[in-house]
Design a protein around this ligand. Structure first.
Ligand code: HEC
Ligand code: HEC
Length: 282
């Protein structure tokens, strides 16, 4: 990692010296834009290994919401295809995230039935499904490095060397602490307790742990469900070329984003809140 960063820094330095330019350039409208790296296809750049996929996913939601507003705000005929494309992307992404939580809810409820029936085999099978839904989201949202794919791993793969089984290579650059991560740690605690109680077959106690997981999973599943449902309404309205109801659907959808951020995102960020429906049209 350090080596890669050093290479990048050197490359940027050489580029700037060679051009003899300052590190800003002018956009079409005369405003300053960010410095250009030597190439977006720089193969020594391994920063992406450390980038959180969940954040990237969130940023796309933000872009989509703002595209819906930009194309729909005002009195002019909306740009329907843009609204359809952007709202459908929100719907798809929210369904993926919500889907992991609803899988957890479904498995958790099955576990409760199995525990009531003293069905140990059934409980174990459903518990595996529950854990797979946690893992599924982590595979989709964590940074590769947090999933133990660090520079060393990549170098090994490039030399046709397999990753060692069950080695927990420590990521030396963990993600920042957020309320969301704290909630995750609690989920993991309840998950571990449930696992231990399954092994020792203590059905009543296991039910308590599963209940805690269900509480959290239900709220999150519903929240993503709201985002997906309202985004779906926007797609339908745009398909029918109807503006009435769109502002309301957008309002309910973005309210769900904000409610979740209030609880989970931590300190405010510059890019966080999607644009409100009403505002200037230029
Ligand atoms: C919809 C996605 C999603 C689901 C489902 C999910 N997680 Fe997470 N989990 C995350 C994200 C995002 C992070 C933070 C990773 C980061 O910041 O890079 C995280 C982090 C974690 C961490 C690491 C915390 C730390 O401080 O290192 C644990 C442990 C964890 N989750 C456990 C669970 C358990 C147990 C479940 C299932 C009961 C679960 N998660 C379900 C998305 C999810
Ligand atoms: C179920 C919870 C949840 C929902 C629903 C949700 N978010 Fe987020 N969002 C988070 C969390 C947690 C973070 C912090 C992620 C991090 O920094 O790792 C976040 C961060 C963000 C960020 C900042 C990313 C950055 O660069 O730091 C943006 C932008 C964002 N969300 C947009 C949205 C939009 C738009 C919606 C609704 C369409 C939405 N989110 C719905 C939980 C949620």
């Amino acid at each position: 990692m350090r080596k890669a960063i050093l290479f990048c820094a050197l490359a940027v330095a050489c580029f700037l010296v060679a051009c003899g330019a300052d590190n800003t350039s002018s956009g079409n409208d005369g405003t300053d834009v960010a410095p250009m790296p030597p190439s977006w296809d720089n193969q020594t750049d391994r920063d992406w290994l450390y980038r959180n996929q969940y954040k990237q996913h969130m940023r796309h939601l933000w872009i989509d919401c703002n595209r819906v507003v930009s194309a729909g705000r005002g009195d002019l005929e909306p740009t329907w295809v843009e609204i359809i494309g952007a709202a459908a992307d929100v719907q798809r992404r929210a369904s993926i995230m919500g889907g992991f939580w609803s899988d957890i809810v479904a498995a958790g409820e099955e576990i409760e039935y199995c525990l009531d029936d003293q069905d140990r085999m059934g409980t174990a099978a459903e518990f595996t499904k529950l854990g797979a839904a946690c893992d599924g989201c982590h595979m989709a949202t964590w940074s590769p490095a947090y999933l133990h794919v660090t520079n060393g791993t990549v170098d090994g793969w490039l030399n046709n060397r397999v990753t060692k089984h069950n080695v927990n290579e420590q990521d030396n650059n963990p993600p920042p602490t957020l309320p969301n991560r704290e909630a995750m740690k609690k989920l993991f605690f309840h998950y571990s307790m449930a696992q231990m109680r399954l092994e020792q077959w203590q059905p009543e106690d296991m039910k308590t742990s599963i209940g805690k997981i269900l509480e959290e999973a239900r709220v999150r599943s519903e929240r993503w469900g709201t985002v997906a449902t309202e985004a779906g309404k926007i797609v339908e309205l745009a398909n029918a070329r109807k503006r009435e109801g769109m502002k309301e659907a957008y309002g309910v959808m973005t309210e769900a984003c904000l409610t979740c951020h209030g609880l989970q995102a931590g300190a405010a960020r510059e890019i966080l809140i999607p644009m409100p429906w009403d505002g200037p049209t230029d």
